[in-house]
Design a protein around this ligand. Structure first.
Ligand code: PLP
Length: 413
């Protein structure tokens, strides 16, 4: 008889976004006259069309596919050299970081990359995640059998949760006691919008080198950093190439959520221990995993990603980022006006807002939906430390942002 992976049964139901959708549906059914007014500021999906440089590159690549001489079939699993070179040049070398093209692995998304990386890690690692957290890091570890069951509060036995609260600026600190073997860090952060300073990242890199910890650094939102001096890459910290894998995505800066392209960086110097305790390079394992289980991102999409690095592409990405960050500023001002404590939204397209202390995240969600027909994301859905908070996404049309801002500003708490 075939057996299922029982670890899947430990997963707390895909609760957050389906539950939001259920409540919104119910509200709309009970208040048909207000249903049209609903503005969704919950989900972190882009709203603006792809940059013109990307569309041009896509058209050109599609035309190439129509001609025998320029048609492309399977490409290199790790990505075409033209894209890997552009990434290493523009995202690293021009910033003084010695990451080469062969250390870049092109993929169809950071969601897949942050989940797939577990394929090359052994069992029994002590794994640290931030709380609140991007749920993919947690659920993929549950699926891989790296946790025990979920508690009533939704945390999983076996994972080490690092609380991110206002007091620590929503930046997790290395925990005391037995060292962690693997730590997920995400900056700028989803959901809190927090960034880590150079000093905070230096602390993590120093910890990782001392304890032979692997840092999994998710920089999906690095393009939104506005404040000078905030690190965009973990490799800005000396020594990080010996202890870190970085994940980046074209989803949010280039508007690729529907086109799909991202990459991971596995430096040649990165080593981890095998079962016999010998230090082994990680790069060959990730290469092997990629070539065995993946057949690469489509040629037109890789050409489209390459176009983001052209002079026009870079300026168009700059415009997109500016647009969403103006949205964030509008929402930040509006929410502050209503008297709530607002975090994030300065170097990230997310705002993390603390409601009145007598209300739970879901109570706040219901109140905002009922009073002003705006949909936010309850903070408790991202982890126990998110209780009492809600997240507002700046990915929206300007019209929706202005209207939602106006309504939120007028709420009295
Ligand atoms: N990492 C973080 C922190 C995210 O918030 C998201 C998407 O919302 C992703 C990764 C996924 O990115 P991709 O679209 O490349 O799969």
């Amino acid at each position: 008889m075939a057996h299922l992976n029982d670890h899947y049964f430990k997963l707390a139901a895909g609760y957050l976004f389906p539950e939001i959708a259920r409540r919104v549906r119910e509200y709309a059914a009970n208040h048909p006259k207000k249903a049209e007014r609903i503005i969704r500021c919950g989900i972190g999906d882009v709203t603006e069309p792809l940059p013109a440089a990307v569309i041009k590159a896509l058209h050109k690549a599609v035309d190439e596919m129509a001609v025998r001489e320029s048609f492309r079939g399977y490409g290199p699993e790790q990505g075409y050299p033209f894209l890997r070179e552009a990434i290493s040049q523009h995202d690293y070398q021009s910033h003084g970081i010695a990451i080469s093209a062969e250390e870049i692995f092109v993929s169809d998304g950071s969601k897949c990359d942050t989940g797939n990386i577990l394929d090359i890690l052994g069992p029994g690692n002590r794994i640290g995640v931030a709380d609140p957290v991007y749920p993919v890091y947690v659920d993929t570890n549950v699926m891989a059998g790296n946790t025990g069951p979920a508690s009533l509060g939704g945390s999983y036995e076996g994972l080490i949760y690092l609380p991110c609260v206002a007091q620590n600026g929503f930046v997790p600190e290395p925990p005391p006691g037995q060292p962690l073997d693997v730590v997920y860090l995400c900056f700028p952060n989803n959901p809190t919008g927090a960034t880590a300073t150079r000093h905070q990242l230096e602390t993590w890199v120093e910890y990782a080198i001392r304890n032979e910890t692997l840092l999994l650094f998710d920089a999906a939102y690095e393009a939104f950093i506005q404040t000078p001096g905030v690190p965009h890459s973990i490799y800005e910290i000396p020594g990080a190439e010996r202890c870190s894998i970085e994940f980046r995505s074209f989803s949010k800066n280039g508007g690729f959520t529907g086109l799909r392209c991202a990459y991971s960086v596995v430096p040649r110097e990165l080593t981890m221990r095998d079962g016999a305790g010998e230090a082994r390079p990680v790069h060959p394992l990730w290469l092997r995993r990629s070539t065995t289980k993946f057949n690469g991102v489509s040629y037109p999409v890789q050409r489209a990603a390459e176009a983001l690095y052209s002079p026009e592409g870079m300026s168009q990405v700059g415009e997109l980022v500016k647009f969403y960050m103006e949205n964030a500023a509008i929402l930040r001002a509006a929410l502050s006006q209503s008297g709530l404590s607002v975090f994030g939204g300065i170097d990230a397209p997310y705002l993390w807002v603390h409601g009145p202390s007598n209300l739970s995240s879901w109570e706040i969600f219901d109140r905002i939906l009922n009073e002003v027909q705006v949909v936010v994301t309850p903070g408790s859905g991202f982890g126990a430390a998110g209780e009492g908070y809600f997240r507002v996404s700046a990915f929206n049309s300007r019209q929706n942002v202005e209207e939602a801002g106006c309504r939120l500003a007028g709420m009295s708490w």
